[in-house]
Design a protein. Structure first.
Length: 271
């Protein structure tokens, strides 16, 4: 098993996006469990920054997310996104950021939010926007302000991601619409149980948290779920028969400057 864990870890790819609540730190906690199930199809209903998938590198995967712009970006990575061909300036400059954000929202308004240009703009806004946030207003327009980075690294060559993601199926929509098989290995990392719910139109309510937990509990195959360790989230998963652990997670993004470790739930079934 140790050899399998080392093999997986050595082949891992860094996530292409900055992501609030990203789970790159969690991958070492998952590797040993995943190594015993690596022949299964890996399913993530909330792909997010894709840190777990790129850290585990399954041979087969079904990845979903409700955010259409995120899914469009990943689908363009599958095809081979070329930032230079898209004609998007990647300079870390406030005026250029404002121009690119306006252009991205114009494409959304015109129904062209799934073009290569829109995918390149989404990537730029993610890398240079404030704290790597992904936030849309009630009209569906991106509204994250300019970031405070002295230097921003942007990837020019996405070929390593193309080679990996081309093996995976990537879909957009609600988690219950994903075609899950009984023997799939599911890792679910939904939006945190917090007040902020503007990640995508419609948000993610407490009713959605309960709906997800019940869906995961009904799955006959292995399941791992993570979330912020609020009292009601812990109670929900424990009552549904999950083996629940609490981990200290690094707080990489905070509106008040607090960088203390955050309490994170890791819930498992059938592993």
């Amino acid at each position: 098993m140790a050899v399998a864990v080392e093999e997986i870890a050595s082949a891992a790819l860094s996530p292409p996006l900055k992501w609030a609540g990203g789970k790159r730190w969690l991958v070492p906690h998952l590797l040993e469990t995943w190594a015993g199930h690596r022949e299964r199809r890996h399913v993530e209903p909330f792909a997010g920054g894709m840190a777990v998938t790129l850290g585990l590198l399954p041979r087969r995967a079904l990845l979903g997310d409700v955010n259409p712009h995120l899914i469009s970006f990943y689908r363009w990575l599958q095809r081979g996104l070329d930032l230079r061909a898209a004609g998007v300036s990647l300079k870390n400059d406030r005026a250029i950021y404002a121009h690119n954000r306006a252009r991205f929202n114009e494409l959304i308004r015109k129904g062209e939010g799934e073009t290569a240009e829109a995918a390149a703009l989404f990537y730029y806004l993610n890398r240079t926007g404030y704290n790597g946030l992904c936030r849309f207003n009630a009209r569906g327009f991106f509204n994250v302000p300019f970031g405070r980075y002295k230097h921003v690294e942007c990837t020019k060559d996405f070929l390593p991601y193309r080679a990996t993601l081309s093996r995976y199926e990537i879909v957009q929509g609600d988690f219950e619409a994903i075609d899950i098989r009984d023997d799939d290995f599911i890792y679910a990392d939904p939006p945190y149980d917090v007040e902020f719910t503007s990640y995508a139109a419609g948000g993610f309510t407490w009713a959605d948290q309960r709906r997800l937990a019940k869906r995961l509990a009904a799955h006959p195959g292995p399941v791992i779920a993570s979330n912020q360790a609020t009292k009601r989230v812990l109670r929900l998963y424990r009552e549904l028969g999950f083996d629940v652990k609490i981990l200290d997670a690094p707080r990489r993004i905070s509106c008040d400057g607090n960088r203390d470790d955050a309490r994170e739930m890791l819930a498992m079934r059938n592993v």
